[in-house]
Design a protein around this ligand. Sequence first.
Ligand code: ZN
Length: 288
Amino acid sequence: MNHRHGSVQPWLRRMLVLVLLAALWGLGRYEVACAEDVFREVQGDHFIVKYLLADERENALRILQRAEDYYKRVADGIGYSRYQEYWTWERRVNIVLYPDQMSYARFTGQPVWSKGYASRDSRLFHSKVVVSYDDQPDFLEEILPHEITHLMVWDFLGFTRKVPIWFEEGLAQLEEQGKRDVVQEAMQGVVAAGNAIPFTTFNSLNITSIQDQTRVSLFYAQSLSIVDFMLTRYGKDAFRHFCRELRQGGEFEESLARAYPAIFRTLFDLEWKWKNYLQNDFIPGGSK
Ligand SMILES: [Zn+2]
């Protein structure tokens, strides 16, 4: 993917960025300048991609196209489609792209391990925003769809709606390319070995409070596994119905029972049937 930056030498790009950063830093108006003056942009129906250097335009256009595609797919998945006017024109989402991890971390104050984040009301950019950096292989296929989904789910369900974190993270991972099958196969083994996180803990677990990296990975995998199970096993219509119930203010378990009558009366039904599906019905490599 190195060719994507055209003819500008990497060292020259880095220097240009450093000069830009230094200038802004020196002016003491780092954040404002960064948000309003320096970025170039390309605009689509629902997104604006902001980037720093002229030779990134082609790449920004490619990102814009992918973002618009993800928007349609996520909207279709959660039943957001008829609310699509929400994000047009002045309510479009900014995708702000730094050239590399260093400038991203310095500008945004994100920790060094962070690959990207989404915000509904960014102090830095005064809008709904996805912020990340370009110089990483999984940006287009993982980070971009993940953060776009978070924003859409917050909008659709309402930001204050209390849904378990696993449900949100499960949704956010659905459009990450190629992840579902890998995760389902892994979770099949985890469940068979009795190592899944019990729902009594899982349902109220806040991953930001977990230090153990293995447990964080398991939490994400289990989240995706359950949401994928709901969709694959019971279809899109029931899933959209469930999302609609949540949007209308239903409690999580109550909405589950309404959208899946006689299937999930409680969260324990969901847990039990999910495990049962992985152990008896899921065929690795054979599912779509
Ligand atoms: Zn997430």
